[in-house]
Design a protein around this ligand. Structure first.
Ligand code: SIN
Length: 484
């Protein structure tokens, strides 16, 4: 299918209670292609009234959905997984068009995103409770897992499919209905996913989708509404903080996947080639536009020069272009503001004394392209080491021993993921203990895995997505007391 055909059949409405609708006030917003600056589609722009209708639908559907046998919910999710995989080419093209990554990477996202549906199809029947005799012999302690209830899911633009399935999968598996608000920059994939879910038989009202350019106006009243019982958000720490404050009023259950500042440690004994391979994956997956992208390379002095040279060579050899083109490795950033921010961090670092090894110059328009860039010997106070770059920039900083490396790695309010390369098993075990983050990757540059608990510590968030833990985020434990 070509782009034109794909966009002609693309749903662009709001999905509320199983029906596609326009916004009540008729508003639409444009979704653009960051590689060409052309408009791809006009999408219905949900108003606060539409948000209210979506939550009403989710609330009305909650009772029937939570009473639907887990095996039946599991089968629907499994059917959805099969359908997503069947639609890989079309979903991948949508992802590439609306957020920019190469088609090869977008296909990878469909496989990754699909796996959340398969995993939670398998977990839907495993919401275990427990039974314990009271220690005093005077009762029985029974626990049962109950769905939390209608869930508000707010997803980012960087993985438009996988971040949606990572929330929809466990919510539906647990017996929760959902209202999902995809990012305004990339809502098309989620809309298509919702249509596929409807075709698979997900009942009306169980999954509602409200793209909007008026996020605050639409979501704040929903977060304050007692019909909602759960809020799951992936995005920046600044927005997460504000949502957490709003969620406090209704004491909502919350899951927050927030910003990162991932360190990538190369210790003195690391295998250099493996470390460079890992660095490429950790930095360049998703054009660096990921909260788990390596943000700072902390390298032992003995390996600093060969590591930086090899990384610069590999980064410099990547091909920049529109993600739909054959052979393109690196697509555009999401918009011109992202390019300005990334370039500001690079020029700031160079001004502070860093060495520009490759890249460093935005390309002329159209499109929001920034070349893969490596900065050597970056001074510790350069802003690029303290801000989430969200782009293809690798700053290398030099340390003299393991203690200094770990101290540098932990010197951040963020704690999402840390990567480390060493060939010594004792050091690896030690790193797993002392790196202060929710996830640690040893001798690998990607930790993302639907069967594993993804999530951060400190300012990187609360709660886990993926794994058995991800289901728990949508369940509440009820204790039922019985006589002995
Ligand atoms: C993210 O960048 O928000 C998530 C990335 C992942 O799941 O690997």
């Amino acid at each position: 299918m070509d782009e034109r055909q794909l966009l002609e059949q693309q749903p662009t409405g709001l999905l509320i209670d199983g029906r596609w609708r326009d916004a009540t006030d008729g508003a639409t917003f444009a979704v653009g292609d960051p590689a060409t600056d052309q408009v791809l589609a006009e999408v219905a722009d949900a108003s606060p009234e539409d948000g209210d209708a979506a939550l009403a639908a989710a609330h009305a559907a909650q009772g029937d959905w939570e009473r639907t046998p887990p095996r039946q919910r599991a089968q629907l999710l499994r059917d959805l997984f099969d359908a997503v995989i069947e639609h890989t080419e079309e979903l991948a093209l949508l992802i590439t068009l609306e957020m920019g990554k190469s088609l090869a990477e977008a296909r990878g996202e469909v496989a990754y995103g699909g796996e959340f549906l398969r995993w939670y199809a398998e977990e839907a029947v495993r919401a275990y409770g427990s039974h314990l005799p009271a220690p005093g012999g005077n009762g029985r302690i029974l626990t049962v897992k109950r769905p939390v209830g209608p869930s508000l899911l707010i997803t980012p633009w960087n993985f438009p499919l996988a971040m949606a399935t990572r929330k929809i999968g466990p919510a539906l598996a647990a017996g929760c209905t959902a209202v999902i608000k995809p990012a305004a920059a990339a809502p098309l994939t989620t809309l298509r996913l919702a249509e596929i879910a409807r075709d698979c038989g997900v009942p009306d009202g169980v999954l509602n989708v409200i793209p909007t350019s008026r996020a605050g106006d639409v979501m704040s009243p929903l977060i304050a509404d007692e019909r909602a019982r759960k809020l799951s958000f992936t995005g920046s720490t600044a927005v997460g903080r504000s949502l957490l404050a709003q969620a406090a009023d209704q004491v909502l259950r919350v899951s927050m996947e927030l910003g990162g500042n991932a360190p990538f440690l190369v210790l003195e004994d690391a295998d250099l080639d493996a470390a460079v391979d890992g660095a490429m994956a950790a930095k360049m997956r998703n054009i660096g536009e990921s909260c788990v992208a390596a943000n700072r390379f902390i390298v032992h002095r003995r390996l600093a020069e060969p590591f930086t040279a090899a990384l610069a060579e590999r980064m410099g050899g990547l091909r920049l272009g529109r993600g739909t083109e054959e052979g393109v490795d690196v697509g555009p950033l999401i918009d011109a503001d992202a390019v300005d921010k990334v370039h500001g961090l690079v020029t700031g670092a160079v001004g502070a004394g860093a060495e520009l090894r490759v890249g460093g110059q935005p390309t002329d328009g159209p499109g929001s392209f920034y070349p893969p860039t490596v900065l050597g010997d970056v001074p510790p106070d350069a802003e690029v080491l303290h801000e989430e770059v969200f782009g293809p920039v690798a700053p290398v900083t030099v340390v003299d021993d393991d203690t200094e490396a770990v101290a540098a790695a932990n010197a951040t309010p963020y704690g999402l993921v840390a990567f480390a390369y060493t060939q010594d098993v004792d050091r690896a075990m030690w790193l797993g203990d002392v790196l202060d983050s929710g996830m640690v990757g040893i001798n690998r540059g990607v930790v993302s895995e639907p069967a594993a608990p993804f999530g951060g510590s400190k300012h990187s968030g609360l709660g886990k997505e993926g794994g058995a833990e991800g289901l728990e985020e949508y369940l509440t434990t009820r204790y039922v007391a019985f006589p002995s």
